[in-house]
Design a protein around this ligand. Structure first.
Ligand SMILES: C[S@@+](CC[C@H](N)C(=O)[O-])C[C@H]1O[C@@H](n2cnc3c(N)ncnc32)[C@H](O)[C@@H]1O
Length: 249
């Protein structure tokens, strides 16, 4: 298994999953002790996503109850990858999508998501909660997404698995669907390893290289501003692609 030509150990995925078992199922746990950046992160994401999709209940329009909208056939659906306890789903995705599916390697985070999002909303609007590593993800047949959102998780994938995962995303996107990646990148051209949580931080060019290899067209890219100094730069990438057929083994 390789990341930009450097071999990672065979236990790369087990070590990552084991690290997350030691982390509290809280916002602070999801954000590595930076719970206070959650609001600004969500604000930046809302602005970015609003370029492409209107919220379900835009502030300047008459409110249509979501329960009513849920009966419509044109329900919008998103997949939250590396969802954790559902911080992004609760504060961002449920404002734009009628139904959201969660995907995370950690079962206890997914269980906590029901409390975090609120049991009432969870039961009505969370479709699937897939417990799987991204590189082993087997989506249910027949579900397609308007947006697949991956935030602070792709550093847990090798390059090959990252590309394979993006190819899988292309199979389950609606024709006009978007893949959005929000993640750290290094300020240099080099990769940084984190032995603690078994992840890497990629340089900006390597993301672009991976997107190209997965056949994605980058349609918008934006830096997240107003994060505290000393953190990695964070960028949002929105991508489209031609659909490819689902071929599951
Ligand atoms: C930094 S947290 C981010 C959580 C969430 N995206 C957010 O922004 O609040 C990383 C999440 O990725 C999950 N994760 C780590 N490795 C993973 C993998 N290989 N496949 C799926 N999820 C993974 C962890 O369990 C954790 O919930």
């Amino acid at each position: 298994m390789f990341i930009n030509g450097s071999k990672v150990t065979d236990d790369f995925y087990d070590k990552g999953a084991n690290y997350w078992k030691t982390v509290d199922a809280t916002i602070d746990g999801m954000l590595g002790g930076f719970a206070h950046i959650s609001n600004i992160d969500i604000k930046g994401s809302k602005k970015f996503l609003s370029q492409f999709i209107e919220p379900l209940n835009p502030p300047d329009k008459k409110k249509v109850p979501i329960d009513h909208q849920l009966k419509s056939e044109n329900k919008r659906r998103a997949l939250d990858c590396g969802a954790g306890i559902g911080r992004v789903t609760k504060n961002l995705l449920l404002d734009f999508f009628h139904v959201v599916d969660l995907l995370d390697v950690n079962q206890s985070f997914l269980e906590e998501a029901r409390n975090h999002i609120g049991p009432d909303i969870y039961d009505k609007r969370i479709g699937q909660a897939y417990c799987s590593s991204l590189h082993e993800f087997k989506p249910n047949e027949g579900i397609e997404y308007d947006v697949i959102w991956c935030q602070w998780v792709t550093g847990h994938l090798t390059d090959t698995h990252f590309i394979d995962f993006l190819l899988k995303c292309r199979q389950i996107l609606k024709p006009d669907g978007l893949i959005i990646i929000k993640d750290n990148h290094t300020s240099s051209d080099e990769i940084d390893d984190d032995m603690n949580d078994s992840s890497v931080t990629r340089p900006h060019w390597l993301y672009k290289d991976i997107f190209t290899k997965a056949g994605l067209n980058l349609i918008s890219e934006k830096r997240q501003y107003q994060f505290p100094k000393g953190l990695y730069p964070v960028r949002m990438f929105a991508m489209k692609a031609e659909k490819i057929e689902l071929n599951q083994k």
